[in-house]
Design a protein around this ligand. Structure first.
Ligand SMILES: [Zn+2]
Length: 152
């Protein structure tokens, strides 16, 4: 199933990585572009899901202490939005549902991105080198921190 929501975007080969999501037309700052859809899953089950091939965990978005949303199962195009350390979109939650919003005006053809704020439980114990090696970022933004991990 492919959902284009309000039909602001199109999926094609990315400048950043793999597939990406692009503005089909001008999108004004503050626009709610789409929901980040997917199955609600217990985070505790994720290792099992990976082992048993139910998910590659690539499109998992953190929701709260217990739950995450897996865009690989029941997801929409929003799962193809790439990470950037200098993003033009952000994720805002309403009623525990994540939505993609434009942080700035997006021109037609521009690739959408948001900061994944990737976190692993014990990331405080990782060195900067390990973060860059194990969770590398190749977004090529001027302020790229070199890793998806973000210490909040
Ligand atoms: Zn980066």
């Amino acid at each position: 199933m492919i959902s284009h929501d309000r039909d602001f975007t199109i999926v094609k080969t990315s400048f950043i990585h793999g597939r990406g999501v692009f503005a089909k037309k001008f999108i004004p700052e503050g626009t709610r572009i789409s929901e980040y859809m997917g199955e609600r899953i217990l985070k505790a089950n994720l290792p099992d899901d990976l082992i048993h091939g139910r998910s590659s965990l690539i499109y998992v978005m953190n929701l709260n202490e217990l739950y995450a949303i897996d865009g690989e199962r029941g997801g929409n195009d929003a799962r193809f939005i790439n990470h950037s350390c200098n993003p033009n979109c952000e994720v805002l939650f309403f009623n525990n549902t994540p939505y993609i919003y434009a942080m700035q005006d997006l021109e037609e053809g521009e690739e959408l991105s948001f900061d994944y704020y990737y976190g692993v439980g014990d990331q405080k114990n990782l060195t900067e080198e390990q973060k860059r090696e194990w969770f590398p970022c190749h977004c090529s933004a001027e302020n790229c921190r070199g890793t998806l991990i973000h210490d909040q």
